[in-house]
Write a new protein. Structure first.
Length: 360
């Protein structure tokens, strides 16, 4: 009798990682399916309350050695306390103008935007840190920046390996100086938010394999390469460049177990079918932080005026985007997708991941 391969606890048997995807796509079911296929998989802690994240961790508790949890890193004050972003007078002015510019978009969907900027959102950092510490989550990845060293130590003291996501060799050096255990090396072809530690810095295009090669020359910590994967050949070239494993996000968006919303799914399927261009671009129009998405009208019309004010712009546009998703309006929705989007296929996560394993 043939049995499916069982992953060994704590030891991946395919060099792939189901990337964290906040906002719906990453579900406990997706994580479970990816782990059953022999991959490592991340839950997405971003946007969630600590209680919601706790429920997800409990849902995969039996496979926890193979599961990581990803958190968004907020800004911190001089005393090392997580704070929200505070808008300068100039940014507040640009934000108010942006809110006015988006009002007709919202009205077209029957919603009204709240033009008061949310400035105190630290994405429940302290509560989530308490949770991960108390649950002794073995693998934690961080995006959008770096926390104070004391927060990294808190997790390491209970046995967590802490990975920082970096987008340049300079960010890698800063993360390594903090004593992280590994790096997620994200190239510019990645879908969703860029992990950049400085959203205002102009983006220089870095293919994931090239960035991994540069960073592998500076450190021996494990590297997870991420961004733009469309094939097993892409995975192979990122591994050859020095990555320990390769993370896949976009290619899992149509997985049966993913929680991708139906409007996003339909737009991805249309791109693959040639019914809309499978062309992606970086935009800050939806959230105030650069993110890669399938190009749509909202991006073309509003990107230039969008202030770099995350998460204030995320909160401003949230009701508009929720209404767009509910109405099936793909031209007003953030259709996160990476440069490998033309290779997206429906299937189970296991089928999709097994199709990306290099034959060697
Ligand atoms: C829909 C979506 C949501 C994402 N959310 C997160 C997130 O919550 N945290 C994070 O670190 N990265 C996030 N990312 C980035 C992925 O973790 C990963 O770096 C990226 O998907 C890899 O590139 P690819 O999409 O080309 O495979 C997201 C990506 C997508 C497509």
């Amino acid at each position: 009798m043939q049995t499916s391969p069982q992953p060994h606890p704590g030891q991946p048997n395919i060099p792939l990682v189901a990337a964290p995807m906040a906002g719906g796509p990453s579900t406990p079911a997706l994580v479970r399916a990816a782990v059953a296929a022999g991959a490592t998989a991340f839950l997405a802690g971003g946007y969630k309350t600590a209680a919601a994240l706790e429920a997800e961790i409990k849902a995969v508790r039996d496979i926890l050695p193979r599961v990581g949890v990803n958190l968004f890193v907020p800004p911190f004050d001089a005393a090392g306390r997580a704070t929200g972003q505070h808008l300068s007078r100039e940014t507040a002015g640009a934000f108010a103008a942006y809110a006015r510019a988006l009002a007709p978009e919202a009205a077209a969907l029957g919603v009204e935007l709240d033009p008061r900027p949310v400035e105190d959102d630290s994405d429940f950092w302290e509560a989530k840190l308490d949770l991960l510490e108390s649950m002794r989550v073995p693998l934690v990845s961080l995006t959008f920046g770096l926390p104070p060293a004391a927060d990294v130590r808190r997790l390491q003291r209970v046995g967590s390996r802490v990975y920082a996501t970096v987008t340049t060799p300079g960010e890698a050096d800063t993360a390594l100086a903090l004593g992280v255990d590994g790096l997620v090396v994200q190239g510019t072809g990645a879908g969703g938010h860029s992990a950049t530690h400085d959203p205002a810095r102009p983006v220089t295009a870095h293919a994931t394999a090239d960035l991994v090669r540069d960073i592998a020359a500076r450190t021996r910590v494990p590297l997870i390469g991420a961004g733009g994967v469309a094939s097993a050949a892409d995975v192979e070239s990122i591994l050859d460049a020095g990555a320990t494993s390769v993370a896949v996000g976009t290619l899992l968006l149509l997985a049966r177990e993913a929680g991708t919303n139906p409007t996003h799914r339909a737009a991805l399927a249309a791109a693959v079918a040639g019914e809309r261009p499978a062309e992606t671009a970086l935009t800050s129009a939806f959230t105030g932080r650069p993110a890669r998405a399938l190009n749509n009208r909202f991006m073309r019309d509003h990107d230039a005026a969008a202030p770099l004010a995350y998460p204030a712009v995320h909160h401003l546009t949230r009701s508009l985007r929720q209404a767009a998703a509910a109405a099936g309006d793909a031209e007003r929705l953030h259709l996160w997708a990476g440069e490998g989007v033309a290779a997206v296929r429906e299937g189970t996560a296991g089928e999709i991941l097994r199709g990306l394993v290099p034959a060697r």
